[in-house]
Design a protein around this ligand. Structure first.
Ligand code: ZDP
Length: 288
């Protein structure tokens, strides 16, 4: 055990906030999941929805993102977080390739582009729809779950499930603001039909090109925005005939532009990412 000082930066994407750490000199994250929980705490720590580590991936110009949720669990992917990571890399003066960074994640390779207007566009890859890919037991392994009933405390919710590398359960509602998010979200998250738990999105369709989303995140609870959730919700909207493939998603923290491209089947997400502050933490670390 050695005492070490670690530099961090705090960023947010539409109020979905993260502690970012340049972890390139080590193969493993500097912080354990336990320390991530501590630093994400809004009263006893820095305060964030998650901690993101920038790791090198062996080869030159090749990087990897790892993330811990505020409960210490490790998701495969994070849409708002990866936009923040791109801004962080830009601030670290890591050279781009034609304004792009190539980042490995638990959900595969993501291409992140820094736009001239300061926004960030992420090629999130293809959505995965089969029950085994979510994963969910709501249908047979190689079937899709589109508008299927899910029972919670005797009430039926018609849900569509989509994986953006991480699991999402989407339900369309008449008024997103009236959903008791915390009370319901936790029940979706831990429902036995989702063996890896799930993120849950409540979607109000304002028009076919503008939807309103309230999200309960696996391992992080109610957050102001969720990038993978916005992508998954547009996919669910298209599959249910409610949304266009080019759609704005309104979240409590602001808007995200989503485009599900017909030719490539890839989903492109565009939105802001901003630095809030930088600082250092001192910790007794087991990894150096
Ligand atoms: O899948 C999960 O456990 C999510 N809580 C990960 C974080 C997703 C995120 N909000 C996003 O923007 O995709 C960061």
């Amino acid at each position: 055990m050695t005492s070490q000082t670690i530099a961090f930066s705090k960023y947010h994407g539409l109020g979905n906030d993260f502690i970012l750490i340049d972890n390139c000199s080590s193969k493993e994250p500097y912080l354990s999941p336990q320390l991530a929980i501590k630093y994400c705490d809004r009263h006893f720590g820095i305060g964030a929805d998650g901690v993101i580590f920038l790791l090198s991936d062996g080869a030159q110009d090749s990087y990897r993102m790892r993330i811990y949720n505020s409960d210490g669990s490790e998701p495969e992917m994070c849409g708002n977080g990866i936009r923040c990571l791109a801004k962080f890399m830009q601030d670290l003066e890591i050279p781009t390739i034609e304004n792009q960074y190539f980042l490995q994640t638990g959900a595969g390779l993501m291409v992140v582009k820094l736009n001239a207007d300061g926004q960030v566009t992420v090629d999130m890859g293809e959505p995965r729809l089969l029950a085994q890919e979510i994963p969910t037991t709501l249908a047979d392994r190689d079937q899709k779950v589109i508008n299927q009933p899910l029972e919670i405390d005797g009430q039926i919710w018609n849900v569509t499930t989509v994986s953006m590398g991480n699991p999402h359960c989407i339900t369309f509602v008449a008024d997103a603001d009236r959903i008791p998010l915390a009370e319901l979200g936790i029940k979706f998250e831990h429902h036995p039909v989702f063996p890896k738990r799930t993120n849950t999105e409540f979607i109000e369709v304002v028009s076919s090109s503008y939807i309103k989303m309230r999200v309960w995140e696996r391992g992080a609870g109610a957050t102001l925005a969720c990038g993978t959730g916005a992508c998954a919700s547009v996919v669910a909207g298209v599959l249910n005939g409610k949304c266009d493939r080019v759609c704005t998603v309104n979240l409590p923290g602001g808007d995200l532009q989503i485009h599900w491209d017909t030719t490539t089947n890839h989903i492109f997400m565009t939105g802001t990412a901003e630095r809030v502050f930088t600082g250092t933490i001192s910790e007794q670390l087991s990894v150096s």
